[in-house]
Design a protein around this ligand. Structure first.
Ligand SMILES: [Zn+2]
Length: 179
């Protein structure tokens, strides 16, 4: 009988843990993190930059990207220049990224670039798997790849990062690694 009592105690503890986790999940859900982005300096790429934000919003629940309201400081700024697209993270959800015409001119799908670069600001690193189904494979996927959405693994990773607000080190991510 001792074993049985120990088992039922364990079950009670497990149930309590699950309950605690559910409660925590509920809180995280309620406190969805809003990140403001500013595309006013993205030149001809303002619309495609907004599209990248919308693509993320359609796949994640713990963080939402919104256009910065007047008078507020954005978390994320978007620029454009003639180099490779690249992102600079200061901390999780904060920094800037650049829409680089070098990749656009080579034919990379613009919404895939913008969604990918936002992915860095949401805490994801480059993973050069060569797979079009991976958003963060970036330029390692064929130029013809038009997948502009995170897959479920990538979306889950972002949800988890914003549920626990993990830290993200300041660093640079470049679309095309130096040869
Ligand atoms: Zn990248």
């Amino acid at each position: 009988m001792a074993l049985r009592r120990r088992l039922s105690t364990l079950i009670l503890i497990a149930a309590a843990l699950v309950g605690a986790q559910l409660a925590t999940a509920g809180v995280a859900q309620a406190a969805v993190r809003v990140l403001y982005y500013d595309v006013s300096q993205a030149q001809e790429f303002q619309q495609v930059a907004r599209q990248g934000a919308l693509n993320w919003n359609s796949r994640v629940t713990n963080v939402r990207l919104e256009p910065v309201p007047a008078g507020r400081t954005p978390n994320i700024r978007v620029y454009a220049d003639n180099g490779w697209p690249r992102a600079y993270t200061q901390s999780l959800g904060n920094g800037y990224w650049i829409m680089g015409r070098q990749a656009v001119n080579e034919g990379y799908y613009q919404p895939r670039i913008s969604t990918h670069e936002f992915g860095h600001l949401l805490g994801l690193p480059d993973r050069r798997t060569g797979l079009c189904s991976d958003l963060m494979s970036g330029s390692s996927a064929p130029v013809s790849c038009t997948n502009a959405f995170p897959n479920s693994r990538e979306a889950t990773e972002v949800n988890n990062r914003f549920a626990s607000l993990t830290s993200a080190p300041a660093r640079e991510f470049v679309w095309q690694p130096a040869a």
